[in-house]
Design a protein around this ligand. Structure first.
Ligand SMILES: [Zn+2]
Ligand SMILES: [Zn+2]
Length: 226
């Protein structure tokens, strides 16, 4: 599974428009974050944000092969213009499972806050869990079968969600935990999202995968490759 982060910021992005706070003031250049959106294997787009098409292009990808667009939370403000080739964006009722032409399976997961989480299984069987801002899963089984390969969530807003996923075995030692929906109240975010490294594009030293934005470690070799 190849994950491309088209943004890692809160729904309003970081810096927030015309916010005078110190965090917003320092969110410039590589530290500016578009609202969170995930592109998975170029086939599935989770959350549609302004500028997603250009973010994909900057990361060396295209939205041209996207077969499904799913939203985790209702978007306030003006509707996001849908780039022409994209299928209409949808939210899926909790518990429903979609199978995409690309072979990905997506299950909608109930949240304890407004929004929908998505569990994505790639054709190769790798699993990713993506949660909306400020949300944690509503009720987890005592013990899940095996940990996810990747969990992408609001670590700063809901640290308890990580703890609960860990307790249930959904986050294990090999799980990549990626902090997203980063807002201006989140100085600690840097610890979770790249340390002092510049967010940007990197190639794994194994040469196999590209990463975009602010993952802490590389999914391929489990080290900081860039
Ligand atoms: Zn601010
Ligand atoms: Zn690597």
């Amino acid at each position: 599974m190849e994950l491309t982060l088209l943004g890692t910021g809160a729904p309003d992005g970081l810096p927030r428009p015309s916010c005078p706070c110190a965090v917003c003031a320092s969110a410039r250049g590589p530290w500016a974050r578009a609202a969170t959106a995930l592109l998975i294997d170029d086939a599935l787009l989770l959350d549609l944000t302004p500028g997603a098409m250009f973010a994909a292009a900057r990361a060396g990808h295209s939205l041209g092969a996207v077969r499904q667009v799913l939203l985790t939370h209702p978007h306030d403000g003006p509707a996001v213009e849908l780039p022409a080739p994209l299928p209409p964006a949808a939210r899926v009722p909790d518990g429903q499972v979609l199978t995409l032409i690309s072979g990905h399976r997506v299950r909608a997961v109930a949240m304890d806050a407004p929004g929908t989480g998505y569990e994505v299984t790639s054709p190769e069987g790798e699993r990713l869990l993506y949660l909306p801002p400020g949300a944690a899963p509503a009720g987890l089984p005592e013990r899940v079968e095996r940990p996810y390969e990747m969990v992408v969530l609001d670590v700063i807003g809901r640290p308890d969600a990580v703890a609960r996923l860990r307790a249930a075995g959904a986050v294990g030692p090999t799980t990549e935990v990626i902090a997203v929906h980063l807002d201006h109240d989140a100085r600690r975010a840097r610890r979770w999202s790249g340390g002092s490294r510049r967010p940007g594009r990197g190639r794994c030293r194994t040469g196999r995968r590209w990463w975009w934005a602010s993952t802490t470690r590389c999914r391929t070799c489990r080290a900081g490759c860039w």
